[in-house]
Design a protein. Structure first.
Lengths: 144, 83, 144, 83
């Protein structure tokens, strides 16, 4: 049940080998770098070394208790990522599908607004704007 | 007390450095921000809109009224955009 | 964007290669054979050849429209599956996480109660009881 | 008309065969069920609790009042348990 922060890519397939043994339901979420404007060539992700690892591990463990997870995994990358590359993933395993879905959804809402990562768009001319936080992401947290 | 103050994302850019060690008698994060603003224009620019600033005390998210008693590290940054 | 019904195992990893290109969010659900009673050695899954393929393809296409999916995939096995083996998977890809999560959740609720599959528990002494449908699965459909 | 009638799961077991081709003038699924029940004890046992029986007409889920006009295949089965 680990949380990992790393610059290098990860392989969802390899990460899921043996994941959730004995559980009935496994849910995964993967986020990929998306170019909405046609002007973005990469995303640069900054994080808070030390705090990030601790926050992810603590929050994952809390979600495991709350939703009765058999297993969980969070991987989040940092550094410069090209369009189409995977940014992060969460995986949750539980006896039943409701808990696995809800836990993955909850972890994502939390990661979007409470994990210490910051994104900046990189265009053909170099560093662009820092991505602004969305009100809808903040609002999503109120559901839990 | 000695305090490590860290900056991330555009706060880091406005202040021009990722961290600094300062001597302060600030009792809360709010006191600390006031002292930082008084230092120079760069700090003042970074903290001009506190609605856009979040902070952590010893790597735990905190609000402006959080106490700095015993604190060793305070970080300032924009709203987070992970995931 | 296919729906597949097959007796042989599938590899989630292999199935996801190239899945959801250009999308920002990919959600997967996998169901595994779980032994709740300690008395089950396998699960036998019967289906309605002809109807199953059509129902899954139609429903997947409907979900893609409803949630604006960039990509989707449903794989469901039949025949005799041992405890721990994967039974089925769905994957959904969309621009944003909410649509990908909701679509996967919706497909699962539908598969549980509307896709023509029937499960029977196999114990050490051979064929056991047909698994009864759950009221909670039927109720879950009312959310949509 | 000629109709293929299919049975799945415990309905198949109670009736003792997975499918049969019958000649019928039933206008609805409900009429068809009544005719099948009249055939023998096995059919009667299979359809004893209609709350536990679902059906499809030409591979589309249907209810007991569904018309059989033009139908070629009717299937009976317990509530589905996929996923």
């Amino acid at each position: 049940m680990p949380a990992r922060i790393q610059p290098q890519p990860f392989d969802l397939a390899a990460e899921l080998r043996g994941f959730g043994q004995g559980a009935g339901a496994v849910v995964t979420f993967s986020g990929l770098v998306r170019d909405d404007t046609g002007q973005m060539t990469a995303l640069e992700i900054e994080h808070y070394p030390g705090m990030t690892e601790r926050a992810l591990a603590d929050f994952g463990a809390g979600a495991a208790l709350r939703f009765g997870l058999a297993d969980w995994l969070i991987i989040h990358r940092y550094g410069r990522l090209s369009v189409g590359e995977p940014i992060m993933m969460v995986a949750t395993a539980a006896r039943h599908r409701r808990a696995a879905f809800d836990a993955a959804d909850y972890l994502m809402d939390w990661l979007k607004s409470r994990a210490p990562f910051w994104k900046r768009e990189i265009g053909p001319d170099g560093e662009g704007e820092w991505v602004a936080a969305k009100d809808s992401d903040e609002a999503a947290l109120d559901r839990w | 007390m000695k305090l490590d103050v860290l900056y991330f994302a555009w706060l880091r850019e406005r202040i021009g450095q990722p961290r600094e060690r300062i001597e302060t008698d600030a009792e809360t994060v709010r006191d600390l921000v006031a002292q930082l603003i008084a230092r120079d224009d760069w700090h003042a620019a970074a903290f001009a809109d506190m609605a856009a600033v979040r902070c952590a005390v010893d790597q735990q998210l905190a609000d402006l009224d959080a106490s700095l008693t015993g604190a060793r590290e305070v970080a300032f940054f924009p709203p987070m955009t992970g995931g």
